[in-house]
Structures are given as structure tokens and as C-alpha cells.
Design a protein around this ligand. Structure first.
Ligand code: NAD
Ligand code: LMR
Length: 314
């Protein structure tokens, strides 16, 4: 990639999309193309962000647009367009409305950038990732959903607060669907290499697991008019960086499964190796009975919602 800075297209310039654009620019990861349907919104944001870059001295720039033609040849497309939930709603309540959007947007974006890696953020995450994979026609390695890094970060932050230690020493692992049935894994969560159950009794870990499962809804209940966006944008930027710099990171992400963990034709959060080509490997952890059962229950729920969406998108 000598002589050309990478380009990242972000579709949806709402809370997550605009925060992600800012983060990519501040980390100087790539040129950004930010697209939304609201006339003038992305042009205004782009002027503001480019002026902020002039202050921080970073050289990456951003283009605001309503035209898909401006996405031509981008290296990564991030889908953040779509409705967030409100208090009292589940992510699945967004199935139809966001399904229609994701279907349309994915096709338009991939027509312009057929070689891109596609990162889906729109909820309900795993079903939208499966839909984007299906309508894009891309190989499964190039379609990923962002959720596992976010859910693991939430688990880590609750553990750090409980133990009174730095979050930096915690490596949390949350797999499964991005919903109430997500699967935080204490045995695979470590504090500087020490498995969590050796440091905290299960009676203390259990409420942290519940809070993690409810982490998105907890923020929605405070914000009222939307959902979380700082941590989701940070998590997505982590994936963008891993792809652009071919870092071969081991991270949880929602990807298309073909038999791994006993699941087929479903997108769900699992540990992967992430590099320039997208998913380089799905890592199969040795899970004990109840962990595997929880993962398969979560997968079955996603599959039901994939089927339900099919009846909604005619
Ligand atoms: N995967 C995750 O962990 C995660 C985390 C946070 C949010 N989300 C999801 O991300 C989505 C966006 O959240 P948000 O807080 O940024 O919402 P938001 O309402 O702030 O922004 C959504 C943006 O999408 C735009 N949009 C709508 N239709 C469009 C179209 N056809 N083309 C282009 N842009 C279009 C809107 O104009 C708006 O600017 C929601 O579905 C939310 O649930 C997922
Ligand atoms: O909770 C939501 O609806 C948004 C997102 O999925 C999150 O987990 O913050």
C-alpha cells in the first residue's frame, strides 16, 4: 500500500458513525468517506472534523457525501446506518426496519467497493451481519459484525470496578449473539493471565455477567433517545486498525459459521484471527458442556431471527 493511504467508508453519520470517523481520524488510521441520507449532515461534520485535524496535526482527512460513487474503491465499508432502540425495546424489535436498510445499503456499497472488507454495526447485529453477507455475495471471510469487542470491554470494565484494579490487566471473553443470550466466559477471562474464577467467587462473577448481558440496555435506559456510541465506535476502530495494518489480532467478532461450535449458516460472535483479508481463522475454544450449550442456544435464537427476517423482507 505504498504511496496510498487506506480509505474507510462509513455509512450512517449518526452517533456511532460520526464518533467512529473522529476516532479513525484522530488515530490517523485512514482517509474517511462518511455517507448519510440527511442532506448536508456529512458535509458539515467533515468540515468540522478536518478543522479539528488541523489542530491535532494529523494528516488524514474526511469527505462527507450523500453519493455512493464516493465510496468507489474504499478498503473497508462500515455499516452504522439504522435505527437505535429506545427504552423498553429489544434489539430484535429493529429487525424489519433495519433489515430493509441494510439490504439496500449493502448492495449499493459493495457495487462501489467490491474488494472491501465489510464491518456491520447495525442491530440486531448478528442477523444484520448474516443479511449483509448474503446480499453482498462476498466470501464469508470479508463480512464481520462488531459486538464481541464491545461486550468483552463491558465485562472487563465491570470486573475492574468490582476488584478495584486497572482494566488494562483484564482480558475478558464474551462470545455468542449480541443480545440477552450472549455468553460471557469467566474461565476464558483472565487478570494478567490468572483465570477469573481463581480470583473471584462465582457468586460475585454472576452479577457481573448479568450486567454485561444487560450492558446496552443499561445505557439506553439512561440516554432514553438512543444507545451507546463511544465504546461501540472504539471497538469498531479496533477492528479497522487490525485489518488495515494486517495485525492478525485475536478478537471476538460475529462471523459466518460453517460447523464451528456445532453451528451452521448463522453469524455469531466467536474468537477470530483478524488481518488484511478479514477473517483468517475461526478459533474453536475448548468449551465445557454448559458453555457450549449456552453458545448453541444463542446460535439457535439468531437462526430463528434470520428465518423471521426472511418472512419480513419480501
Ligand atoms: N453492534 C453494536 O454493538 C452496536 C453498538 C451501538 C449501536 N449499534 C447500532 O448501530 C445503529 C446506529 O446507531 P446510532 O446510535 O449511530 O444511531 P443514530 O440514529 O445516531 O444514527 C443512525 C444514522 O443512520 C442514518 N441513516 C438512516 N438511513 C440511512 C440510509 N439509508 N443511508 C445512510 N444513512 C442512513 C441516519 O440518518 C442516522 O444519521 C443502530 O442500529 C444501533 O442499534 C450497534
Ligand atoms: O444496546 C443497544 O441497542 C446498542 C448496542 O447494541 C449496545 O450494546 O450498546
Amino acid at each position: 500500500m505504498v504511496g496510498r493511504q487506506a480509505r474507510v467508508g462509513i455509512i450512517g453519520a449518526g452517533n456511532v458513525g460520526s464518533t467512529l470517523a473522529r476516532r479513525i481520524l484522530e488515530l490517523d488510521l485512514a482517509q474517511v468517506v462518511l455517507l448519510d441520507v440527511i442532506p448536508g449532515r456529512t458535509q458539515g461534520l467533515a468540515l468540522d472534523l478536518n478543522q479539528a485535524q488541523a489542530i491535532s496535526g494529523n494528516h488524514s482527512t474526511i469527505l462527507g457525501t450523500e453519493s455512493y460513487g464516493d465510496l468507489a474503491g474504499v478498503d473497508i465499508v462500515v455499516l452504522t446506518a439504522g435505527f437505535p432502540r429506545k427504552p423498553g425495546m429489544s434489539r430484535e424489535d429493529l429487525l424489519k426496519i433495519n433489515g430493509q436498510l441494510v439490504q439496500e445499503i449493502t448492495i449499493k456499497a459493495i457495487n462501489q467497493a467490491p474488494n472491501a472488507v465489510l464491518i456491520v454495526v447495525t442491530n440486531p447485529l448478528d442477523v444484520m451481519t448474516h443479511l449483509a453477507w448474503q446480499v453482498s455475495g462476498l466470501e464469508k471471510e470479508r463480512v464481520l459484525g462488531m459486538a464481541g469487542i464491545l461486550d468483552s470491554a463491558r465485562f472487563a470494565s465491570f470486573i475492574a470496578a468490582e476488584m478495584g484494579i486497572s482494566v488494562r490487566d483484564i482480558r475478558a471473553m464474551v462470545l455468542g449473539g449480541h443480545g440477552d443470550l450472549m455468553v460471557p466466559l469467566p474461565r476464558h477471562t483472565t487478570v494478567n493471565g490468572i483465570p477469573l474464577p481463581e480470583l473471584l467467587p462465582l457468586s460475585v462473577i454472576a452479577p457481573l455477567i448479568d450486567r454485561t448481558r444487560n450492558g446496552g440496555a443499561e445505557i439506553v435506559s439512561f440516554l432514553k433517545s438512543g444507545s451507546a456510541y463511544y465504546a461501540p465506535a472504539a471497538a469498531t476502530a479496533e477492528m479497522v486498525a487490525a485489518i488495515l495494518a494486517d495485525q492478525h489480532r485475536i478478537l471476538p467478532a460475529s462471523v459466518y459459521l460453517e460447523g464451528e461450535y456445532g453451528l451452521t449458516d448463522v453469524c455469531m460472535g466467536v474468537p477470530i484471527k483478524l488481518g488484511a483479508r478479514g477473517v483468517e481463522q475461526v478459533i474453536e475454544l475448548p468449551l465445557i458442556g454448559e458453555e457450549l450449550t449456552a453458545l448453541q442456544t444463542s446460535g439457535a435464537n439468531i437462526r430463528d431471527n434470520i428465518q423471521l427476517l426472511k418472512t419480513m423482507l419480501v
